[in-house]
Design a protein around this ligand. Structure first.
Ligand code: GDP
Length: 424
C-alpha cells in the first residue's frame, strides 16, 4: 500500500495515533501534513504511553523516517519539549525531518488566540489556545516565517523581531495587553539555541518524499483532527485552521494527488467532540457521562472532558463523500461493551423535514437526529483478537459502519494498546 492517508472520519480524537503507530511498523515514512501542537495523538506501546503533539507517530519504529510536513505550524518550545521527552525514554529522533517550508509558531500566537477567544464572550469557538489560528493567519497574510529560515540565524533574527513587533502592536492596540514585562531578547536567545539544535532536522523534505514515492516506499500520511473540523468543510467557525482531509495531505506533505493509493478513515464506534460547535447526537446525560469514564474521553492535549454522542451516520456519509475512504479502522468498540442497547443516528430533520445534506453550523445546531436502536452485546470485547470471535451484535455493528461509510473495516481496535487490534 504505497501511499496511505490516515484521516479522522469524525470530530477528531478517533484514535489516529494508535492506528498510525500500528501501521508504522511496516511503514518507511510517516508524514504529519497539517496542524500543530494542538494535536494529541495517543500511542500506547512497548515504550509506554505518549501523547504526541508534533512528532509523527512513526517515531517508535527505528526504521521509519518521520516528517513534519510543509503544511504544519511548528511551536519550537513544544517541539523541543517533545524531543527531550522522547529522547529521555530512549526513543531515537535521528530519523525525524522537518520541512524547511513548514511555518514557525511563535509565543505571541497563543496570546493572540486567547485574546480573540476571550473577546468572543458567549460565542467562544473552543480553541485549544495553542496559537494555531494566528499561525495560519500570519502565513496567509505573508507575515509568517518558514522553518528553513532558522538555518540562517542572522536573517531569521531580523524576521522574528519584525514579526514580534507586529504581534505586539496587535496585542497592545487591539487588546490592551500590558507587555512591559515581556523580554523579547530573552525569547530570541531561546530561539537561537533552538535554531542551533534543530537545524540538522530541517531540510528539503519534498526530494525525500518524491524519491520515496518513486521507489514505491510505504508512506503514511498522518492526519490531525477530523473531517468535521476541516477549515473548508467542517462546522465553520468551530474548525481548525488547516485541512485534515486527504486533499490537504497533497499540499501539506507534497504528494501528487494521484499517488495517494489508499485513504484509511479512522472511525470511533460512537462520536466525541472537544470544544464548542454543533454536535447533533450529543448525550449530555448519564449515558454520555458513563461512556466518557469507560472510554477515558479526556483531551490528550488539554485534558478537557470530551462531549459524547451516538454514532452519527449523516456526519459519516458526509465524511465519506469528502474523503473517499477505501478502508476503515473502527476504534473503541470495547467502550460500548456495557450498553444493553446502542442508538445510531440515521438521519437529520430540519424544521420537521428530513434532509440529505450537511447543513451549515448554525442549522446543524437545530437539526433533530433520527435514531435507530440496536441491541448491545454486553460482553467484554477488549481481549478479542479476531473478527469472528466478536459477539454477533458487535460484528453487525461493524458491518453497519462499513455500510454507512461504503468501505471495508480492515482494522478493528478494542483497546488503547497496540496489540488490542485485529484485521477483519
Ligand atoms: P487521535 O488524536 O485520533 O490520535 O486520538 P486521541 O489520542 O486524542 O484519542 C483516542 C483515545 O482513545 C486515546 O486515549 C487512545 O489511547 C484511546 N484508544 C484508541 N483506540 C482505542 C480502543 O480501541 N479502545 C479504547 N478503549 N481506547 C482506545
Amino acid at each position: 500500500m504505497p501511499v496511505r492517508a490516515v484521516v479522522g472520519a469524525q470530530w477528531g480524537d478517533e484514535g489516529k495515533g494508535k492506528v498510525v503507530d500500528l501501521l508504522a511498523q511496516q511503514a518507511d515514512y510517516v508524514v504529519r501534513y497539517q496542524g500543530g501542537a494542538n494535536a494529541g495523538h495517543t500511542v500506547v506501546n512497548e515504550h509506554g504511553k505518549f501523547a504526541l503533539h508534533l512528532v509523527p507517530c512513526g517515531i517508535f519504529n527505528p526504521q521509519t523516517i518521520n516528517i513534519i510536513g510543509t503544511g504544519t505550524v511548528v511551536d519550537l518550545d513544544e517541539l523541543v519539549k517533545e524531543l527531550d521527552m522522547l529522547q529521555s525514554k530512549g526513543i531515537s529522533t535521528d530519523r525525524l525531518y522537518i520541512s524547511d517550508r513548514a511555518h514557525l509558531s511563535v509565543p505571541s500566537y497563543p496570546r493572540l488566540e486567547r485574546m480573540a477567544e476571550d473577546s468572543r464572550g458567549e460565542r467562544k469557538q473552543g480553541s485549544t489556545l495553542r496559537g494555531i489560528s494566528p499561525a495560519y493567519a500570519a502565513k496567509a497574510l505573508r507575515l509568517g516565517i518558514q522553518m528553513g529560515e532558522l538555518k540562517n540565524w542572522a536573517r531569521c533574527e531580523t524576521q522574528l523581531r519584525e514579526l514580534f513587533a507586529s504581534c505586539d502592536e496587535l496585542l497592545v492596540k487591539l487588546y490592551g495587553v500590558d507587555l512591559s514585562t515581556q523580554d523579547t531578547d530573552l525569547i530570541l536567545e531561546r530561539y537561537r539555541a533552538y535554531a542551533e539544535r534543530l537545524s540538522s532536522y530541517i531540510g528539503d523534505t519534498l526530494s525525500l518524499l518524491a524519491e520515496a514515492v518513486r521507489q514505491d516506499s510505504d508512506v503514511l500520511l498522518e492526519g490531525q483532527l477530523g473531517t468535521m473540523r476541516d477549515l473548508d468543510w467542517g462546522i465553520y467557525p468551530y474548525v481548525t485552521s488547516s485541512n485534515p482531509l486527504p486533499g490537504g495531505a497533497c499540499a501539506g506533505a507534497g504528494i501528487p494527488p494521484h499517488r495517494i493509493s489508499s485513504v484509511l478513515g479512522v472511525v470511533k464506534a460512537f462520536s466525541t467532540c472537544v470544544g464548542a460547535g454543533p454536535f447533533p447526537t450529543e448525550q449530555d446525560n448519564d449515558i454520555g457521562r458513563n461512556l466518557r469514564e469507560v472510554g477515558r474521553e479526556y483531551g490528550a492535549t488539554t485534558g478537557r472532558p470530551r462531549r459524547i454522542g451516538w454514532l452519527d451516520a449523516p456526519a459519516l456519509r458526509f465524511a465519506a463523500k469528502l474523503n473517499g475512504f477505501t478502508e476503515l479502522a473502527v476504534t473503541k468498540l470495547d467502550t460500548l461493551d456495557g450498553l444493553p442497547t446502542i442508538k445510531v443516528c440515521v438521519g437529520y430533520k430540519l424544521d420537521g423535514c428530513s434532509i440529505d445534506y450537511m447543513p451549515l453550523a448554525a442549522d446543524l445546531y437545530r437539526v433533530e437526529p433520527v435514531y435507530e436502536e440496536l441491541p448491545g452485546w454486553m460482553q467484554n470485547t477488549s481481549l478479542v483478537r479476531s473478527f469472528p470471535k466478536l459477539p454477533q451484535a458487535a460484528q453487525d455493528y461493524v458491518r453497519l459502519i462499513e455500510g454507512i461509510l461504503g468501505a471495508p473495516a480492515t482494522l478493528i481496535s478494542v483497546g488503547p494498546e497496540r496489540e488490542a487490534t485485529f484485521r477483519k
